[in-house]
Design a protein around this ligand. Structure first.
Ligand SMILES: Nc1ncnc2c1ncn2[C@@H]1O[C@H](COP(=O)(O)OP(=O)(O)OP(=O)(O)O)[C@@H](O)[C@H]1O
Ligand SMILES: [Mg+2]
Length: 317
């Protein structure tokens, strides 16, 4: 029962003429949590927006199958309608996805109605339950507020509560806990796990927090400069990373001891994804001359573990 809910093959996407995500191939399997990590600007949000067929995002090429339906064969509108029906979403800046000066009560009712999920008699009870799950107390006050009047962390949890109420069984979350303190983050993460374990909701969760990814994820994918450079079971990626970039990312996690972690000097190429040569080569401690010429490709480096370079394990590059 491990067939993919989402299957993306060599997806290239961006905005206007600008390519921001290149050659990304990945699956979201039934009932799994796949966490995506990577440096700011590496294309995580663009990838999610491309999967949602967001109007501002352009697909240049690639294939995308959703529950067995090939979306590349559909018109843009049909694709957007299908994605909207099947994919729940929590955006990176949830308040931007709502009208800032309209009460959450009205926006919840409208959204639930448009998805055929509005039940007037059960509405208050359902909202109260969903808010409780995301650790929002005083649900009635929050529901009657407008997004502008709530903190970033509260808006983030409201957006997650709405996604839960919509009940789609694939959820794309873009940094859903980034504005939350550690204790609330943990309880929200626990609910995301529950969604997977109890309701079978498959999830792609973008996060900069690798400790959170270790707690939540079945698999972790790491992106660099618009490409997926490593993907595998969470324990393997975190404890036995292959790509030198994944190793640098893990080495940069701060610890409570207060010692400054090893940083990663330099920055990703400004020009966006590189179609020839390794985009990480200028920052890579293991780069060799032919890294400028090597074609990008994920290779199998272990059981269910793939990386575009295994130099971090002393193999290759
Ligand atoms: N609406 C847009 N129009 C044009 N370029 C954009 C747009 N949004 C993002 N970009 C560019 O696309 C690239 C990828 O950005 P994206 O937001 O996907 O990165 P990210 O990995 O989500 O970063 P972060 O961790 O900071 O959220 C960046 O170079 C960014 O400048
Ligand atoms: Mg982002």
């Amino acid at each position: 029962m491990n067939e993919a809910r989402i299957s993306v093959s060599r997806l290239c996407a961006g905005y206007g003429d600008r390519l921001c995500v290149a050659d990304v191939s990945l699956d979201l399997r039934r009932g799994e949590i796949l966490c995506l990590a990577g440096e700011s600007g590496c294309g995580k949000t663009t990838l999610l927006r491309a999967l949602l067929a967001a109007p501002d995002t352009r697909w240049f090429s690639g294939e995308f199958t959703l529950d067995g339906t090939d979306l590349s064969a559909l018109t843009e509108k049909a694709r957007r309608d299908l994605c909207r029906g099947k994919l729940g979403v929590v955006f990176q800046t949830p308040e931007a996805a709502f009208n800032p000066i309209r009460s959450y009560r009205r926006q919840f009712m409208e959204t639930l109605k448009s998805h055929g999920r509005y039940a007037p008699k059960a509405f208050d009870r359902q909202v109260a339950e969903a808010f409780e799950k995301v650790a929002l107390s005083n649900w009635r006050r929050v529901l009657d507020e407008c997004p502008y009047a709530l903190s970033g962390g509260m808006n983030q949890r409201v957006a997650l509560a709405l996604a839960m109420l919509l009940g789609q069984d694939i959820l794309l979350c873009d940094e859903p806990t980034s504005a939350l303190d550690a204790t609330i983050q943990l309880s929200v993460a626990g609910e995301l796990k529950q969604l997977r374990d109890v309701n079978g909701v498959a999830q792609i969760i973008v996060t900069h927090n690798l400790a959170l990814a270790g707690f939540l994820a079945d698999r972790i994918g790491v992106m660099y400069a618009g490409q997926l450079v490593e993907i595998g079971r969470a324990g393997d990626v975190l404890h036995s990373p292959c790509h030198p970039y994944t190793q640098s990312l893990i080495a940069a996690i701060p610890t409570l001891e207060g010692a400054m972690p090893a940083g990663l000097p330099g920055s990703p190429p400004l020009s966006g994804p590189e179609r020839e040569g390794c985009a990480f080569r200028d920052r890579c401690p293991r780069a060799k001359a032919d890294c400028a010429r090597r074609a990008y490709a994920l290779k199998q480096v272990g059981v269910d573990h793939f990386a575009a370079c295994a130099a971090g394990k002393g193999i290759g590059p």
